[in-house]
Design a protein around this ligand. Structure first.
Ligand code: GLA
Length: 742
């Protein structure tokens, strides 16, 4: 039993293998948060300190001026709470804010009942963690404010073996209320720490430089990360870590919060005047004003939570298993990915069918397995100003039908993949000329173009249906094994000609539901296709998207040295098998940097692997090297798909080198990669200590034939003697010998 209820004290305890989550409904029915951390047995309610909090405000039921039962120790402004509400006397950031039609805001929720259910709950129209029925339990706690006509169900999923707890909330307008209820904020999760001094780690950046870790010490006040773009965005990932101030890779308590949502979001950590910390995460609420008629519900996206008592490393291992096993779905979950050549950086928009076939022949000769024709194959699309929405192969440009092209590619022995961008439309397109009101912009007002394009109104079913019909006609017309789903701008002129609710908060949420509905249908209809998400690189790189597309293009920046940091940051939550990376030509198109081909491949091998270059431009030597790389990837990709990652030396400022290793779950194989960042004269004798091996087992180092014990490799380390030259790299592969050390 992962969910325990102590009826005498009204305490709920959610137990996973290594963690505990605890709440209590107090005598007034306030649902208090007691604890989330490393596993404990018994009740932690003795930690609640009831001091005089008269200056913070006390709820009326705690006693009035006549002195009857006056209790100034009960304050919702100071007690740790599970789903605090604006207008309840809690002056900190709250999880829920509602208003009536006449503008009266606020509510006070009280515990009304609960139910424990087998298996993991799902969420209508939204991505959610999934688990086999025997691997999860669900707790639903019902809260209500009868006077305000508000009901809330808090949903908890407990995946005990995976050390994961999920949360989501359902906000309902009571059936018997008069008029609509408006939701102005509805967080997915709120967690309070009583007296802990904590740091946050967030993953920040911009287009071409996504998810670089940044650590912040929390002081009194509020630290918020958010997106207002209608996408999770390049700038801040919907993933946040809170941790002890001294936490590191292998020590300290760390908590990870992953939002399964791809639209605007907000996550904030606030230290209150009593030095208590509150974390709130959920849908972006800046303009949320979501009307609910009596009896209607609003579901928040889901937040998945993990906690580690041993630093970021173990937190990452738990999050990786969560993403691989309980978020990614379908035939491609956990399966090694095909090695592909993509036409984008090789040809951009300048290609014909013959160019693609020639690329395919050369890629096949090098040992690759798939050829992807990126942007430019449809409508009138020779640059990024036209054609989006016209999902018909441009046979004139290709010089053949798509079916013929696919047949020719398959004739080389490769599989065939295609790029699409379903949510977008160009003004210069037949689709836009026929349906100008399908684009999101306010009639009669100036609007914003981004990458010269507009966003289609995916809140409208007829728009989604038409795009679905056009794209599925293409996918049905030829043999296609892979589809890259792109999305190259964010929402700004949020308006729907098909809606009576022009409120931006309403439409942004409904837009995301529309995108999810589209993706659900597409992936259900083509279960064998490998879908890769993309959004100008990594602008929608989130756990919500991974529910539909089992991998996401990590960044448009393919410079291997920049990728070291981008992939390092991404690795805190997202495993290699969901992270798209390719080897591209040098000097790099974005940074102008030149990096050895070997290093470019070693970096891309720590993710899904491919090439983003024209094989015709390669020298004979480079082709030889690429052949060897592809053979290596074929040997090691299962390891990278299922492995446990150890970040050994982070690529931080001033680090002379960086190193990481993948170790198989059975600890029999290890692939360590090190890249030199700063070559120095008379360099120190660099070494790196490995992690996660079996100390009592012997390991054979393939290259030099030497045998070492796991203990030696972890305590003494491996010498990096050959790590030389600008951005030089070494990879060491170790395999357990069958002999156990005596
Ligand atoms: C985006 C993607 C690129 C490429 C182009 C095509 O920028 O991130 O990988 O597909 O679009 O236009």
């Amino acid at each position: 039993m992962a969910i325990l209820y102590d009826a005498s004290q009204r305490i709920f305890t959610l137990q996973t293998m290594h963690t505990t989550y605890q709440m209590q409904a107090d005598g007034f029915g306030h649902l208090l948060h007691l604890y989330y951390g490393p596993r404990i047995e018994g009740s932690s309610s003795y930690m609640l300190q009831m001091r005089d909090r008269g200056f913070h405000g006390n709820p009326s039921e705690a006693g009035g001026p006549d002195g009857r039962g006056r209790d100034r120790t009960c304050s919702l402004d100071t007690l740790p709470q599970e789903y605090p509400c604006a207008g309840s006397g809690d002056q900190r950031q709250t999880a829920l804010a509602v208003r009536d039609e006449d503008g009266v805001s606020g509510c006070r929720l009280r515990y009304r009942g609960h139910e424990v259910l087998p298996g993991k709950y799902g969420l209508p129209g939204l991505p959610a963690v999934h688990a086999a029925p025997e691997d999860a339990e669900t707790l639903r706690i019902d809260l209500a404010d009868e006077e305000a006509g508000v009901e809330v169900s808090l949903w908890y999923g407990v995946l005990a073996g995976a050390d994961v707890i999920t949360r989501a909330a359902e906000i309902r307008a009571s059936k018997d209320r008069r008029g609509n209820l408006y939701v102005n904020r509805a967080a997915s999760a709120c967690v309070d720490w009583m007296y802990d001094r904590l740091d946050t780690v967030t993953f920040a950046g911009r287009y071409g430089r996504e998810r670089i870790p940044q650590r912040q010490t929390l002081g009194q006040g509020r630290y918020v990360i958010e997106s207002r773009r209608g996408h999770s965005g390049h700038a801040l990932n919907p993933f946040m870590i809170l941790c002890d101030r001294d936490a590191g890779e292998t020590h300290g308590r760390t908590w990870g919060f992953l939002l399964l949502y791809s639209g605007s979001f907000s996550a904030g950590a606030e230290v209150d005047p009593l030095l208590q910390t509150r974390f709130v995460m959920g849908i972006g609420d800046e303009q949320l004003d979501y009307p609910l008629a009596p009896g209607e519900s609003f579901f928040t996206p889901e937040c998945a939570m993990c906690c580690s008592e041993q630093g970021f490393g173990i937190l990452t291992h738990r999050l990786h298993r969560l993403v691989r096993t309980h978020i990614v779905r379908g035939e491609w979950a956990g399966r090694p990915r095909p090695i592909l050549f993509n036409s984008w950086e090789a040809a951009y928009f300048r290609f014909t069918g013959e160019t693609i076939v020639r690329m395919g022949m050369e890629a096949a000769e090098l040992g690759a397995e798939m050829l992807v024709m990126d942007d430019g194959w449809f409508g009138k699309r020779d640059d990024d100003t036209s054609g989006l929405g016209d999902w018909y192969p441009n046979e004139e440009k290709l010089g053949m039908s798509l079916a013929k092209l696919s047949e020719k590619i398959h004739g080389t022995g490769l599989q065939f993949g295609l790029w699409i961008e379903p949510e977008m439309v160009s003004e210069d397109s037949d689709l836009y000329r026929a349906h100008p009101d399908w684009a999101m912009k306010v009639p009669g007002r100036a609007f914003t173009r981004s990458r010269s394009q507009l966003v289609l109104d995916f809140t409208r079913r007829e728009v989604r249906d038409e795009i679905f019909a056009r794209i599925s006609a293409v996918l049905d017309s030829a043999k296609i094994e892979y589809v890259k789903i792109d999305c190259n701008r964010s929402l700004s002129d949020v308006y729907s000609a098909g809606s009576t609710w022009q409120n931006r908060g309403t439409l942004e949420y409904r837009y995301m539901l529309g995108v999810y509905d589209f993706l659900e249908k597409l992936t259900a209809r083509y279960p064998q296709i490998l879908f890769e998400g993309c959004c100008g690189g990594g602008g929608r790189f989130d756990a919500g998207m991974l529910y539909y597309t089992p991998q996401i293009w990590c960044s448009d920046n393919t410079d291997a040295v920049e990728r070291l940091q981008i992939q390092y940051g991404s690795s805190f939550a997202y495993p290699a098998v969901v992270t798209g990376a390719h080897v591209s030509a040098c000097p790099n198109a974005m940074t102008g940097r030149t990096v050895p081909l070997r290093t470019r491949a070693a970096v891309a091998m720590s993710a899904t692997f491919g090439y983003e270059l024209n094989p015709s431009g390669l020298t004979i030597g480079e082709k030889e090297e690429i052949r060897r790389q592809i053979q290596d990837v074929k040997r090691f990709r299962t390891l990278a798909a299922e492995c446990v990652l150890y970040r050994l030396v982070p690529p931080v400022k001033d680090a002379p080198f960086t190193a990481w290793a993948y170790v198989s779950e059975d600890r029999r194989q290890c692939l360590m990669t090190a890249v030199l960042l700063d070559p120095q004269a008379n360099a120190p004798a660099y070494r790196v200590r490995l992690c996660g091996l079996d100390p009592d087992r012997s390991y054979l180092e393939e290259e030099n034939g030497e045998i070492y014990t796991g203990r030696m490799l972890m305590e003494c380390g491996v010498p990096l003697t050959d790590l030389q030259g600008e951005y030089g790299c070494i990879q060491i592969y170790l395999q357990a010998t069958y002999a156990q050390v005596d």
